[in-house]
Design a protein around this ligand. Sequence first.
Ligand SMILES: [Zn+2]
Length: 209
Amino acid sequence: MAEAYPSVELSGGPLKRVGGAVALDFVNTVGWRLADEALERLHSYGDLVAWVRGTGAIDATRARRLAARAKADPGKADRVLAEARRLRDALFRTFLARSHDKAPAKADLGLINRWLARTAPRAGLDLRRGRLAWRWPDETLESLLAPVLWSAGELLTGDDAARIKLCAAGGCGWVFLDASRKANRLWCSMEDCGNRAKAKRHYRRRTSV
Ligand SMILES: [Zn+2]
């Protein structure tokens, strides 16, 4: 089966979006989360801007403005990046808890709520060039994460949360929304973890005589 997941161009190369929701793809901006050595893909606030821009959640003008703002205050930009990574970990744990019908950790929920408060509610709809778009909160370095938080809130409060899954490959740690009819998707991507698992099985068959 051919897969054609969209990818986002980051400083370290392209990153696939296999999650099926912006918030899950955000969690997947670190690879091999459960392995000995995780693979960080967000190396700077610029990567964060590029990633959100790549999801289509912000336009090029906003991306440029936020990148310029980060350049003007690099210390603050680094802090926001560090906090965004902590949010990413809290979201990972909270998504998994929710998908197993368990209560999330209070500290994680507190962190998510602090971010939600900072990125502000969607105040309304604006008509721009004939198209409707969400009215954006005040443009701060943190507001860049607004689309991630809106997506997370919707996922965590909706019925789809039961379909959030962790890739079956040991160590991978990527999460995705299983939209398959039988709800039997195992891998983040057949091309990556799926094929590796297949190759391993094949190797074992050949060597276990
Ligand atoms: Zn995987």
